[in-house]
Design a protein around this ligand. Structure first.
Ligand SMILES: [Zn+2]
Ligand SMILES: [Zn+2]
Length: 391
């Protein structure tokens, strides 16, 4: 493998790292579950009301309606303070991520004359209420049936099948321990927090701060999808090899191309004597590092150039040294209704080159108003995904 090949391989590895970091930040900023709409075949669960229950009570389908888009505690398992706390968490979740999540407790399926499974009931109710955004289908229903001693987290069709296992974990570790002691309120409080954490990487009180953490949490979920074990085993050694190869290439002894004698490397101070003003400035700004090699027998000199991976400087279009800094100033901030403008200034500290340009800042994406005033669901649907548990 020639040095050129290696550099090419390193450039690719570098691009992967940069894209990864960039994606982490972007994903964290966007915060929505970025799973694409599920490719799984929809199971077409249709609600079949029990014909024997007669005409009594409620809507034609027998599905209870909702009085609130966050908490409907029909089994009366929550005291007012707990209900308020859960509602506040779900409002924050909606405001920060657009995810419509709702909690429903019922006395039993039989109350609604339903004889089918909890799963089919949950799917039918999810679709009847239209939980979640209609295009991203990212709604979440937490359904607890006290009398049946069963619960379900039903998720929108936008979540891939991977989310079923995650919701199962939330049920097993968040809800069920307290449910087994018949402490439903504690189980729901813990379980709702854990569900929100699983969905977003944040507990409800942490939303404002952890953009990068959220991004990495979500990327970790993607890596998990690719096979977490394999990736985890590969990442560290690959990083170490890339680093070692790069250092080896830089420090390896090289032969003089005139007489073949092994060259010697000068110290950093000695380097400077052989560099021109622009090169010294690059070293000072740490955008490029130079090594000076000299041949002890024929006095031939070789200067090698090592560009820094991360520096705030780019190549100047006038003098071509990497001494060009870029600063951005927002002239007019973007709003939900109008674009903004920013000015980018380019200044070369070597040759004094200056340029500036005005760029447009895109509109702030509008995820509508605050969730606290929301009164109906967004029309989302579920194709039966989620998890169930009993106690
Ligand atoms: Zn020589
Ligand atoms: Zn310049």
């Amino acid at each position: 493998m020639t040095k050129h090949d290696l550099n090419f391989a390193l450039a690719i590895a570098f691009a992967v790292v940069v894209i990864g970091l960039g994606a982490g930040f972007l994903v964290g900023t966007l915060t929505r579950p970025a799973e694409v709409a599920a490719e799984r075949p929809s199971e077409q669960v249709t609600f079949t009301p029990d014909a024997s229950r007669g005409a009594g009570g409620g809507s034609a389908t027998g599905i209870p309606g909702y009085g609130d888009v966050y908490v409907n505690d029909y089994a009366d398992l929550l005291d007012p303070a707990a209900e308020t706390s859960i509602r506040d968490d779900l409002i924050v979740l909606y405001d920060q991520t657009g995810i419509e999540m709702t909690v429903l407790t019922i006395q039993s399926l039989a109350t609604y004359g339903y004889t089918g499974s909890l799963e089919s009931f949950a799917t039918a109710l999810f679709n009847d209420w239209g939980i979640g955004n209609a295009s991203s289908n990212d709604g979440v229903l937490v359904l607890v049936s006290e009398g049946d001693r069963r619960m379900r987290i039903e998720i929108g069709a936008g979540y891939s099948v991977l989310w079923n296992d995650r919701m199962q974990r939330v049920i097993d570790e968040g809800f069920l321990p307290d449910f087994r002691n018949e402490d439903y309120q504690a189980g729901i409080l813990t379980g709702v927090d854990e569900t929100i954490f699983e969905l977003t990487g944040n507990y409800p009180d942490e939303f404002s701060t952890n953009t990068l953490r959220r991004g990495f949490y979500r990327i970790w979920h993607w890596i998990e999808a690719l096979g977490a074990f394999a990736w985890g085993l590969l990442a560290a050694p690959v990083g170490a090899i890339v680093f070692a190869v790069r250092r080896h290439l830089r420090n390896r002894p090289r032969a003089c191309d005139r007489c073949g004698t092994v060259m010697l490397r000068a110290g950093e101070e000695a380097d400077d004597e052989h560099l021109d003003g622009g090169q010294r400035l690059e070293e000072y700004l740490r955008s490029v590092d130079y090594d000076v090699w000299h041949c002890p027998s024929c006095a031939h000199m070789l200067i090698t150039r090592h560009q820094a991976w991360f520096s705030g400087y780019s190549a100047c279009p006038q003098c071509s040294y990497r001494t060009l800094s870029t600063t951005a100033e927002v002239l007019q901030a973007a709003t939900k209704s109008s674009t903004g403008r920013k000015r980018l200034d380019y200044d070369c500290s070597n040759c004094g080159y200056h340029d500036s340009e005005i760029r447009t800042i895109p509109k702030v994406s509008s995820s509508s108003g605050s969730g606290s005033s929301r009164s109906s669901f967004g029309g989302g649907s579920s194709s039966g995904g989620g998890a169930s548990g009993s106690w």
